[in-house]
Structure formats: C-alpha cells, structure tokens
Ligand binder design. Structure first.
Ligand SMILES: Cc1cc2nc3c(=O)[nH]c(=O)nc-3n(C[C@H](O)[C@H](O)[C@H](O)COP(=O)(O)OP(=O)(O)OC[C@H]3O[C@@H](n4cnc5c(N)ncnc54)[C@H](O)[C@@H]3O)c2cc1C
Length: 432
C-alpha cells in the first residue's frame, strides 16, 4: 500500500540552503514567520567564509563598496544590488552578521570600507565582513608586523611558503614554517579532520608545543582555517593563549571549513528556533495552482509535501543545480522559469579567460520584478506568492564583481519582505 505523504503546513517555504536560503531563514525567523527550508549541500561549502558586498569592477578592486553601489545603480541598473536601497542592504548585512555571531560564529560588523583579506594564495581580496578568527591577520598585514605563517605536512592547496613568497614585497616581515599535525598519518591531511581534532584540548596543547619554538620575533601567527568546526572563536582563544601571541586563520581552497561551519551551525540552530528543516534533499516539484503553494520532495522515509502561503526560490546556479546548461541553452531546473542568457552557445564565453569584461554566461539568470518575484517570458510575474533570491538572479557576475554574499543576503532580505506582505494579506483574508 502506498504511504501518504508527510505534510507540513507553513507560512513560508525556502527552497535552497546556500547563503541566500540561510539568510532568508534568518530574516523569516526574525519576523516570527512559520518557515520550512529544504536544500542539500551547495556552494556554501566552497566559500572562504568572507562575506563580499561589492569588491570589483572591470578595472580594479574596490575599497568603498557603498560608493561603488551608487555607481552600479547608474551603470548596471538591472544588477540585483542596484535594485535594493542602500539602507536595506545595510540592514540586511548588519542583521545577518549579528545573527550569525549570536548563533556561534563571530563575524565583524560591515563597515564603511572593504577589508583587504588574505586569499589562500597570498593575494588580497576586498570583502565586507570576515569571521573574527581571520581579523588579526588583516590587522597584522596592515601594520606589516613580524608574522609567522604555519602550514601542515600533507595539506594540499595551502602553502605557507607560497603565501609568504606572494606577499613578501608588501610584507617583508613574514615567515613560513611547516609542522606535522599530531597523530595524522603521513600523506594527505584534510582541513575538516584537523578542525574537528582541534576541538579537543589535548590536540591544541600538542599543536601549540610544535608552533611555540618557531615563533621567534613574530608578533602574530597565521594558520589555515582549521580552528575548530563548532566553536572556532573558543578554539582560537584557547590556542592563542597557549602561544602567547595573536593567532589567525586564512581560508583554504574549497571545500573549506568556514563554509562547512556555517552550514552545520545553521542546521543545528534553525530547528532549535522553530524552523522546519529538511536537510540534504531537493524539492522536485512546485504546484502553483492551489490556494497554497505545494512543494513535493522525497526523503529516506518517503514522500514529503510542504504547503506554504509563499515561497522563496534560492537554488543557486550550475554548481548547486538551480540552473542547467545544456546544448540548446540554459534552463532553470524547478519551474522552467525563463533564463536571460546569450542568444547562442557560442557567445557564452569570450575568447580570453581573463577578459576584464567577464563572460556573458556568468550573467545569465532569471528575471524578477521590483519585489523579487520571478517573471515569465512575457515579463509578467509568475505567481504573486513566489519570490527569488541569490545568485540565481540575472545581471550579476558574482565572481568578477566579488558580490556573492552581498547579492545573496540583500536579495533574501527583499524576498522575505515581499513574502511577509503576501502572508499578512493571507492571514487577514483568513481572519476576515
Ligand atoms: C569556490 C567558491 C568560493 C567562494 N567564495 C566566496 C567569498 O569569498 N565571498 C562571497 O561572498 N562569496 C563567495 N562564494 C560565493 C557564494 O558561495 C555564493 O555567492 C553564495 O553561496 C550564493 O548563494 P546562493 O544561496 O544564491 O546559492 P548557492 O550557495 O549555490 O545555494 C543554492 C542552494 O540551493 C540548493 N538547491 C538547488 N536546487 C534545489 C532544489 N530543487 N530544491 C532544494 N534545494 C535546491 C542547493 O543544494 C544549494 O544548497 C564562493 C563560491 C565558490 C563556489
């Protein structure tokens, strides 16, 4: 006999568990909305942990994201960030970083200028907010302070020597050293394993013993981002105390601990705050025809349906499966929403990979109205209850413009704001 689907009835359904989906959940919980979120692992596990607002254009890296936003509104009025007021972007970022810090990973408050943060290769990246565990590195670099960078035997994709070589001209007092992480077999070691090991105090003691003799005149020590999985600030403080100098993290190449940390923290905190989370699953169908939106999916216990007054689509791009690139063009995968894209496949890329204008493919995405509701081929909103957020949106190139988290967080804020109005009207109609 076929088992009946498990059914959840909520006010808001959020589809996707990347930065935009998580931000939408933060804003929905803030407003006391009964919410369900569905999504599996996506691009969030690849991020550095830095939250970029707007850090680049065709010509250069940008120091003042707020001034750059004013210019973006003039030159790229269809860019998602250009369609959101400055005050709303400020509120969204401030609220998001505050909520994340409160849940357990301390982030710096967004300021008036970008921070120049370290990349794994020792280049600099303009970003708006960083995990607190990474801030002392930016401070040491700004002061040119004598600093030691330590890496680990067998760790691929992060080399203290490379980082030092690339930064030496601007930071002469930088040195590199390598240690073997205690008890890990020789060969390849993984950041996630080291991060979980450093949650244990005896492992911190042993790592500190190996680093201490190398410190010399260094006023700070940098390590790859492995300082704990669930409580990075506490792990940093404890190890820092053992070393006697400020300690900081530098992101590694993906998949990276800072993104995995965020995902694990949200997955733990959201249900505690009343959100219905269906992790590691994908919505397979949305039915827009009934009085409530009906989302269908399947988990290991069988069919699940979610009935919602409104929904936010935050399914990302190719890496996360929100967009699919085929021989005949690019499709949105869940509702077949029209995708703005180059006219022909031959126009997806420019000839030179590093062309400063970027590749047209990277600006493909779905169109939305001023309330962030997806549009159909005729430019009409698809459904008044359906909203969209994140890098699924057209007219932005998050890699080149260094605006990934900014687009995700600010558009999620707008989408939830729109959804609240729909939900309010629904509740008023029900009461009436
Ligand atoms: C290597 C790398 C490094 C990055 N570094 C930075 C950085 O330093 N700073 C920065 O600001 N940004 C960075 N980003 C970008 C950042 O990760 C993205 O901008 C941001 O994650 C976009 O969020 P999103 O939620 O729109 O999409 P995604 O993060 O792609 O999330 C989409 C989610 O939707 C889910 N999904 C897809 N289809 C369905 C479905 N049918 N049902 C349910 N769920 C579905 C996916 O599983 C995924 O969880 C980086 C990205 C990468 C790949």
């Amino acid at each position: 006999m076929r088992q009946a689907a498990r059914s959840y009835s909520v006010q808001l359904a959020i589809i996707g568990s990347g930065m935009a989906g998580f931000a939408a959940s933060v804003f929905a919980l803030d407003r006391g909305i009964k919410t369900a979120q569905v999504g599996n692992t996506g691009a969030v596990a690849y991020t550095t942990g830095y939250l970029d607002l707007l850090g680049g254009d065709q010509h250069s890296l940008l120091t003042d994201p707020w001034r750059a936003l004013v210019e973006l509104r003039q030159h790229e009025p269809r860019h998602p960030l250009a369609r959101i007021g400055e005050q709303e972007i400020r509120t969204a970022l401030a609220r998001f970083t505050h909520a994340v810090s409160e849940m357990g990973i301390a982030y710096t408050s967004p300021g008036e200028t970008n921070l120049m943060a370290l990349s794994p290769a020792g280049t600099l990246k303009p970003t708006c907010s960083v995990p607190r565990t990474m801030l002392p590195g930016i401070e040491a670099m700004t002061q040119g302070a004598p600093t030691l960078i330590v890496d680990f035997d067998g760790l691929k994709g992060f080399s203290a020597a490379e980082l030092v070589a690339n930064l030496r001209d601007s930071w002469p007092e930088l040195r590199a050293a390598r240690i073997a992480f205690p008890d890990l077999p020789p060969g390849q070691v993984y950041p996630e394993v080291m991060a979980r090991a450093l949650e244990v105090s005896t492992n911190r003691d042993r790592v500190a013993e190996l680093i201490r003799p190398l410190i010399g005149n260094a006023g700070a020590v940098g390590v790859p981002a492995v300082l704990g999985m669930h409580n990075p600030d506490r792990v940093q403080q404890a190890l820092q105390q053992l070393l006697g100098v400020p300690l900081f993290e530098i992101p590694t190449i993906p998949p990276a601990v800072p993104g995995i940390r965020l995902r694990e923290m949200f997955e733990q905190c959201f249900p505690e705050r009343g959100l219905t989370l269906v992790p590691q699953q994908k919505v397979t169908r949305i039915d827009l025809t009934d009085a409530k939106l009906r989302l269908s999916l399947r988990d290991s216990y069988g069919e699940v349906e979610i009935l919602a007054q409104a929904a936010v689509l935050a399914t990302g791009r190719f890496l996360s499966g929100g967009l699919f690139a085929g021989r005949n063009g690019i499709r949105e995968t869940l509702l077949d929403i029209p995708v703005t894209q180059p006219a022909a496949r031959s126009e997806w890329y420019r000839e030179r990979y590093f062309d400063r204008r970027g590749h047209p493919l990277n600006r493909a995405g779905i169109e939305v109205d001023d309330h962030f509701r997806p549009l159909d081929a005729a430019g009409r909103r698809l459904d008044p209850r359906l909203f969209a957020a994140g890098i699924l949106l057209a007219h932005q190139d998050w890699t080149r413009q260094r605006c990934g988290a900014g687009v995700a967080i600010a558009s999620a804020y707008q989408a939830v704001k729109g959804a609240v109005e729909v939900i309010g009207q629904g509740s008023a109609a029900t009461r009436g």
